[in-house]
Design a binder for this molecule. Structure first.
Ligand code: BES
Ligand code: ZN
Ligand code: MN
Length: 497
């Protein structure tokens, strides 16, 4: 991970490059505190370079001071058009360029802010992005390529930002960075490496001797608690299903929250087998589970004044002689019967059981994250997660926090009319309807399993949980979507008096 350090004094050895982000119509160094009394000399060099700050401008010059080898100026255009989303993308570009140039020690000066976010929040966003920018999944490379990895980013302080304040922000960024890495690492592991059993055991080890109590439920425990949906989806694989339960309770909790993450370690579709093309992508089908584990890890570290339960149902969805079949009817944890019309709509079956089970913990708020439908990916692409909620306030909160954190969400309708799409001839409900309206139908299926009086939000992260090739400067693979959003949500719920 690129180490973030604050840049208060001139470096002993010259840094490879100073990256300076510049806006149109603004003095390039305004608002910065460059150590070593170099401000003027560098200012002159930048002016001579003819920096205008227009969008897309990248200009490089040799540094006139011994602190840096060179100075690279990245233009963002007019400050008033600059959004937090563009800020994120731009920082990824900066780090990408640094890596490509084999620069290992760089300084980044960000005297600009986003117009759609408070200065302090934008600063936080930027620092997380800088820490995260060199993420790569190289667990399976015999010789990981370290040559394009930035070792340290020296963050140039802003005027009025004192040492403690900046160090505090850097600490926060490192922490969020490590949680996102945790989620990405789980999300990226292929089916043969991360089976339900391995996933569950690793999570159990991770939370042993932590304030979060961890219980791994195996086949016996799932049977005992009537979680037949989870068992049914897993019955086609020799890898047995699990559910990990993570419980945390403060002395005087201000609210009770349940977090549920879809954990299909590989989704072949089951008997309703998927086509071969792109099937390998379904190794990311546990990204929701990964986000929940990362959020629970933050809970273990912070011990917020909350009650939080994390539920992570884990299965492998494969076809076999013992697999779940189309037409099968399941009795779920809350007694609802489900006719399985398509075994590839397995996520909602898992989630339904886990959501009903969550009722035992009497949550005020329940959030589930799932790579649930291709339809959501078709609708929103890789920019936004689909959000369904039975509560307007919770929906607005998630929209706002999504904007702040970059885990952006878009609300979609949860109308009673969509329930009709899933009418079954033989059971209470079918797990799929027709093609039209299949996205809201998936959410209306889940809604049947929300325990009473629970404020609930469902995040369909199928489009955002992973990217197949670099997108918006993100590396290919799992994105860790949802971690920042859940952290922000927990933080707000804990702050509420
Ligand atoms: N895990 C998939 C959804 C998915 C598809 C995620 C593509 C990311 C990319 C899910 O289990 C699934 O197979 N959904 C089906 C449901 C259909 C059978 C109603 C789908 O969306 O095609
Ligand atoms: Zn799936
Ligand atoms: Mn599926």
């Amino acid at each position: 991970m690129a180490d973030l350090v604050s840049f208060w004094s001139a470096p002993k050895e010259p840094l490879d490059c100073l990256y300076l982000v510049t806006a149109e119509g603004k003095q390039p160094l305004e608002g910065l505190v460059l150590p070593g009394g170099n401000q003027k000399t560098i200012g002159r060099a930048v002016t001579e370079l003819g920096v205008r700050g227009v969008e897309g401008e990248v200009l490089v010059t040799a540094s006139p001071t011994p602190d840096f080898r060179r100075i690279a100026c990245f233009g963002i255009g007019k400050g008033e058009d600059f959004t937090v989303h563009s800020l994120r993308k731009m920082l990824r570009r900066v780090l990408e360029q640094a890596g490509r140039n084999r620069e290992y020690q760089i300084a980044v000066a960000l005297p600009v802010s986003a117009h759609d976010l408070a200065q302090h929040d934008a600063r936080t966003v930027a620092l997380v992005e800088l820490a995260l920018a060199d993420y790569r999944f190289d667990r399976f490379r015999s010789r990981p390529d370290e040559s394009t990895k930035v070792d340290a980013v020296h963050v140039v302080p802003l005027k009025g930002e004192d040492k403690e304040e900046l160090d505090e922000k850097l600490k926060h960024a490192h922490r969020v960075d490590s949680l996102i890495r945790l989620a990405r690492d789980f999300g990226n592991r292929p089916g043969n490496d991360l089976t339900p059993e391995v996933f569950a055991n690793e999570v159990a080890t991770m939370f042993a001797r932590s304030p979060v109590r961890v219980t791994v439920m195996g086949r016996k425990e799932l049977e005992k608690d009537g979680l037949r949906g989870i068992l049914a989806v897993g019955q086609g694989s020799v890898q047995e299903p699990r559910m990990v339960r993570l419980e945390y309770r403060a002395k005087k909790p201000r609210a009770a929250i349940a977090l549920i993450g879809k954990g299909v370690t590989f989704d072949a579709g089951g008997i309703s087998l998927k086509p071969a093309a792109d099937m390998a992508e379904m190794k990311h089908d546990m990204a929701g589970a990964a986000a929940v584990v990362a959020a629970m890890r933050a809970v273990a570290e912070d011990e917020p004044p909350l009650k939080v339960v994390g539920l992570v149902p884990l299965v492998e969805n494969l076809p076999s002689g013992s697999a779940l079949k189309p037409g099968d009817i399941l009795k779920m944890a809350n007694g609802t019967t489900v006719e399985v019309d398509n075994t590839d709509a397995e996520g909602r079956i898992l989630l339904a059981d886990a959501m009903a089970y969550a009722g035992r913990f009497h949550p005020d708020v329940m959030v589930d994250l799932a790579t649930l439908t291709a339809a959501c990916k078709v609708a929103l692409g890789s920019e936004l997660a689909g959000l369904f909620a039975n509560d307007d306030e919770l929906a607005r909160q998630l929209e706002r926090l999504g904007h702040h954190t970059g885990d952006r969400v878009w609300r979609l309708p949860l109308l009673p009319e969509y329930r009709d799409l899933l009418r079954s001839e033989w059971a209470d409900v079918k797990n799929i309807g027709g093609r039209w309206g299949s996205l809201p139908a998936s959410a209306s299926f889940l809604a049947r399993f929300v325990p009473e009086k629970v404020r609930w939000a469902h995040l369909d992260i199928a489009g955002v949980a992973d990217v197949s090739k670099s997108h918006n400067g993100l590396p290919p693979g799992a994105t860790g979507f949802g971690v920042r959003l859940l952290l922000a949500l927990l933080e707000e719920l804990a702050a509420k008096a």
